[in-house]
Design a protein around this ligand. Structure first.
Ligand SMILES: Nc1nc2c(ncn2[C@@H]2O[C@H](COP(=O)(O)OP(=O)(O)OP(=O)(O)O)[C@@H](O)[C@H]2O)c(=O)[nH]1
Ligand SMILES: [Mg+2]
Length: 251
């Protein structure tokens, strides 16, 4: 009987000032995925997040902390972290926030979905069974309609293209050349989704309960929403030639 070796998994966690959350998060990740590596990508948090994570490595092991000096945004942190994880041998890369909005109990399901053939498993708020708790109505509205807009304009059959809780097959990340994605905030997640769909990747959405952060400060801003709105138009325009060619071929 052939033995199946579990895929090598790295959980990439970008952090900026998450001292109140990082220990709880890392311990929960270790409980849910005991064999996974954790890569914390910290942008010089003044509150000592990186030191807390490094101290946990001493007791738990398999926790790497990438200490970057400047706060350069979520997209840059993910590009760096995913590249580092793949180069270090990860076959599946998970991305999740440090603020406990993403429930670590969902990790085994996301990983298993990729192990069973998906190129990305998205922890989704907008499929049946998915829900967002504690968000004010305005933020809920921006997220819900932002997703409808992005999916509608780009023709994505994805309900939560801005979600940040995902597991990717590393081979698919390479194929879609994720290093060249430029967007920073929600736009980063949208463009990653768009590229994956364009290479014919298989997307599976898994319902999650998303909770607003209980500790630490929000980095939500109008400018990252505007970036995402504009990006969708840019992607649509850039793909104009592609759509015409597909139509001409009858595809
Ligand atoms: N390395 C790095 N991490 C960041 C940066 N900005 C945000 N993060 C982290 O990225 C994750 C998501 O950011 P959040 O601040 O939770 O953004 P959000 O979920 O849109 O908004 P709130 O939950 O309301 O704060 C968290 O783990 C942050 O600590 C950054 O510039 N660099
Ligand atoms: Mg958050």
């Amino acid at each position: 009987m052939p033995t199946t070796t579990p895929a090598r998994v790295t959980v990439v966690v970008p952090t900026f000032n998450e001292a109140d959350n990082i220990e709880t998060l890392i311990r929960a990740v270790r409980t849910q995925l005991p064999d996974a590596r954790v890569l914390v990508v910290d942008d010089g948090s003044p509150d000592g997040t990186a030191d807390l994570a490094a101290a946990l490595d001493a007791s738990l092991g398999s926790i790497e902390v990438a200490r970057r000096t400047e706060k350069s945004g979520l997209g840059a942190a993910y590009r760096f972290g995913l590249r580092r994880a793949i180069d270090d041998g990860a076959e599946i890369c998970v991305q999740m926030d440090a603020d406990l909005s993403h429930d670590p109990a969902v990790l085994p399901a996301l990983v298993s979905i990729v192990e069973h053939g998906a190129d990305v498993a998205i922890g989704s708020r907008y499929v049946p069974g998915g829900i967002t708790l504690d968000w004010p109505p305005r933020r809920r509205w921006v997220s819900r309609w932002g997703n409808r807009y992005a999916a509608g304009v780009l023709g994505l059959a994805v309900n939560d293209a801005t979600a940040g809780f995902r597991a990717y097959r590393s081979a698919a990340l390479e194929q879609m050349e994720f290093d060249s994605v430029r967007a920073e905030g929600y736009g980063f997640q949208v463009e990653m989704t768009y590229r994956l769909v364009r290479i014919g990747g298989k997307v599976v959405e898994f319902p999650i309960t998303f909770r607003d952060r209980a500790e630490g400060e929000s980095k939500f801003s109008g400018s990252i929403v505007r970036e995402a709105l504009l990006l969708v138009v840019k992607l649509w325009v850039a793909d104009f030639g592609g759509r015409r060619r597909r139509r001409a071929r009858g595809g």
